[in-house]
Write a protein that binds this ligand. Sequence first.
Ligand code: DON
Length: 594
Amino acid sequence: MILKHTVSMKNCQVIFVKQHLAVFRVIVTWVMLMLSYGADASDAPIIDYRDRFHPVTSATGMVVSQERLASQVGADILALGGNAVDAAVATGFALAVTLPQAGNLGGGGFMMIYLAEQDKTIALDYREMAPARATRNLFLDDEGEVDQNIARFSHLSAGVPGTVAGLIHAQQKYGNLALSQILAPAITLADQGIKVSNSLAFSLKRAEQRLAKWRSSKKYFFRADGSGLQNGDLWQQPDLANTLKAIAQRGAKGFYEGGVAALIVAEMENNNGLISKADLANYRVVERLPVTGSYRGYDISAMSPPSSGGVHLIQLLNILEGWALSDLGHNSAGYIHRLVESMRRAYADRSKHLGDPDFHPVPVKQLMDKNYAQRLRESIDLVKASSSSDISPGLELPYESPQTTHFSVWDNDGNVVSNTYTLNFSYGSGIAVAGAGFLLNNEMDDFSAKPGTPNAYGLTGGEANAIEPAKRPLSSMTPVIVFKDGKPVFTTGSPGGSTIITTVLQTLLNIIDFDMNIAEAAAAPRIHHQWLPDKIFMEKGISLDTQQLLEQKGHVLLTSPRVIGRTQTIASDGQNTYGANDFRWPGGAAIAQP
Ligand code: DON
């Protein structure tokens, strides 16, 4: 018995020890797994196999743009020995051929350049300039009201294009390769033609009426028989190819002087436009100091005025830094409430203080001051929504989905380019320069045509952004480079008019506060608020109970008729680059250098 008991006790003990060992093993395995996940996660936070979305990875550099062929052009330039600036400029010219709704020669934009060797960041301003003959009341009718048709769809709506000057300036000063090498792929794409993609056919269809109004645009953007271009059609652009060849031969002079300039001036003279030979010759690129800020141990370097993007991105981050956002949960009501109240205040400031700094003193330092942010944060009631104003002009976006485009490039030496450029609307004013093959922007609508009257993005403004000769219209474009411990860790940017700033903000928050990789950060649903109209615009994917909680706080919600922004992001862990093109637009690509 005793023995039995002993034996059975022994058996029991063995079983007991075995069970404990098994549990112990499970615990050890689990702890090791967690440790190894943990190690993976902290060593390479961009790739974690538990994530639902993954970026493209490369050991030798990356180009991310909204159109696959153009991304490939940039990656090929990297492979040829070009640096990030060479690749970015080649991508910019290629997009002018392959993404005509936003890629452009006739528009303008901003390029952030980080030069690794010099540890220096440049904010290149190649925004359009108002022609010398532009006047303050250019777009007011006899009753003193803004004539939106003239502001958006006439030759008067075009500012003096800056894109060619900007891209050439960047390449000549900071690139390695010959200009002819940079332009060659775009020329080939225009000469030999591209296959019209489904998304291009769709986009052209939506702009059909606007483009068909002008003989030149009808010739360039339709089939020879006048019907619309279809998915799979071969589309050649010989006039555009000739313009690109002139640029390849003569640099910026190939566009701002000589034959192409003469075509632009003739287009203006025949249609009551304002851009003169002198306006083209006087166009200037400006190298500006980026605006800089810090957020939870990261350093932010973004586009300075005449973009409002960088200033308000940093202002928003300063306000939000005072709350432990990650504790609230991503896209919870508490989180969205804090975002919205911060956005409301930043966009109110935008309407008053922002404009071209060469014409109007912009209180950049004050707006980005952490103490000012604290005051704004303290003015936010965490329980109740505040009210923007009694005046709610409504976000009257143009029917055609507006288009701007962003691209990011990271080369093997750690140089980074973050570029956003635009014609303003999709296909700009819809007016192509006859004989030159490219579209004119309608960026003059980004000015405040009349104080308090909203522009196409529902944005209001006043004196700071009034029309003046040679002034640059205020922009929301927000190319940004984010640094940690002195090294760039990711770059992003987006199209989306007034929603660009809030799109870029949420991308940064998703990465920094919510530990998402850049692909996850792009995919997560976004919200937008811009002070006026006093509404939260939401993408699909914000839960109903979150919406109800927000309504209980007094917010007015609206499911956005279109997606909010489309980012092109690249990150680096110092060894590899990781690229993510936003899933919201088909056809874009993150292309790794082979
Ligand atoms: O500069 C700006 O803020 C506007 N012209 C950008 C327009 C835009 O992003 C349209 N796109 N999606």
